[in-house]
Design a protein around this ligand. Structure first.
Ligand code: SAH
Length: 360
């Protein structure tokens, strides 16, 4: 059965066409967008500057779906984690990180993740399903409302649950909605997309009119090491990722961020730093080191501060721009790689995989 279209799930040009087809002037789409994104209404009836008959016909023909808050945790460092419930009952996590500098929303693009990186808790969940564009942008609607940040500027990082390029179309549609001048009017420069490096999708991204900042989860300088940590490396290896990054169109003065989770005794040796510096020579790069956020069931350890410093210094001495990501919200399990929602219904494929695993 085809339901009513969801206003949260429609970009403005499509809404204009949909209204046009119903004999409604196109400018009404701008008003509707302002109500949903700028003013945060979740009920079509609240769009009080629309004529009564139009509101009634919108209610009859469209829905407006908004994730609901299931739980909110506040860290001693000001970070907040939101558990949001979606229309089908699935839940996801979104994180608010204050003063980084500026306010940042870390949002999810999938329920779970299929990439199964060895050090990431979300990867343990497997992929339950993709989020829709409405659910991706909906996280921003909900957080901006709860935090009263609707009228201020904020940053968005697509670094929550999921691999954004594994849900390409809905992620890009969400970015178009978020950047719409009659919606949040976000600047793409305030948005960072973090990816494990799915190369065909990266090539597509390179041609998009809306171009977020790019972060690549590299984590190791060689295929041998990276293959152990990031399973998809067997398909898209280090050399191909670097070659694609070299071709990636960058605005003046901007660079690609290479994220590098530091794991004690695994990829944190000075030799690894030297290889990494060599690999990134000739790439407009900056490296963001992320000392592992350890968790039960993750078979790695966080390196000492000395090891992190030494790694950073080895890069800096080789003219690589490097920063160390401060871990935020660890006390509420909101830090990188700690987002996990227990008890999601598994997809058929996952259930089969789990069975095969039990029987092996
Ligand atoms: N799938 C995307 C988005 C996830 S972003 C990607 O892989 O880039 C989250 C970042 O946190 C990634 O760089 C990821 O590798 C990193 N991360 C995952 N688990 C972590 C952990 N336990 N400690 C620190 N960083 C982690």
């Amino acid at each position: 059965m085809l339901g009513r279209p969801d206003l949260a799930q429609i970009d403005r040009p499509s809404l204009e066409s949909a209204l046009d087809a119903r004999g409604v002037p196109r400018f009404r789409a701008r008003q509707i967008f302002r109500w949903i994104y700028k003013r945060g209404v979740t009920d079509i009836e609240q769009m009080t500057d629309l004529p009564r008959e139009l509101r009634a016909s919108l209610v009859a023909e469209f829905t407006l779906t908004t994730p609901t808050l299931a739980h909110r945790d506040i860290s001693t460092d000001g970070t907040q984690k939101f558990l949001l419930r979606l229309a089908d009952g699935a839940t996801i996590e979104s994180v608010f990180i204050p003063d980084t500098p500026g306010n940042t929303f870390c949002i999810s693009t999938q329920v779970g993740c299929a990439m199964a990186c060895a050090f990431c808790l979300t990867g343990r969940m497997g992929l339950a399903r993709n989020l829709t564009a409405g659910e991706i942008a909906g996280q921003v609607r909900v957080l901006a409302g709860l935090l009263d940040l609707r009228d201020s500027t904020f940053n968005i990082v697509l670094m929550g649950m999921g691999e954004p390029l594994h849900n390409y179309d809905e992620t890009m549609k969400a970015l178009r909605i978020l950047c719409d001048e009659h919606g949040f009017g976000m600047s793409p420069r305030r948005i960072t997309l973090s990816t494990v490096g799915l190369l065909p999708q990266l090539e597509r991204l390179a041609r998009e009119p809306i171009m977020p900042n790019l972060a690549i989860s590299l984590h190791a300088p060689t295929d041998r090491q990276r293959g152990e940590l990031v399973p998809i490396n067997k398909k898209y290896g280090v050399a191909d990722i670097i070659a694609t990054c070299k071709r990636f169109p960058l605005k003046k003065r901007s660079r690609i961020t290479f994220e590098y989770v530091l794991l004690a005794g695994v990829n944190d040796r000075p030799e690894d730093a030297r290889l990494l510096a060599k690999l990134l020579a000739g790439v407009k790069a900056k490296v963001n080191l992320i000392p592992l956020n350890a968790a039960a069931g993750i078979p790695f350890e966080r390196p000492s501060d000395e090891a992190v410093d030494r790694f950073a210094r080895t890069l800096a001495e080789r003219d690589v721009t490097v920063s160390v990501r401060k871990s935020r919200g660890r006390d509420i399990r909101a830090a990188c790689g700690q987002l996990i929602v227990e008890g999601q219904r598994k997809s058929a494929g996952q259930q089969l995989a789990a069975l095969a695993f039990q029987n092996s």
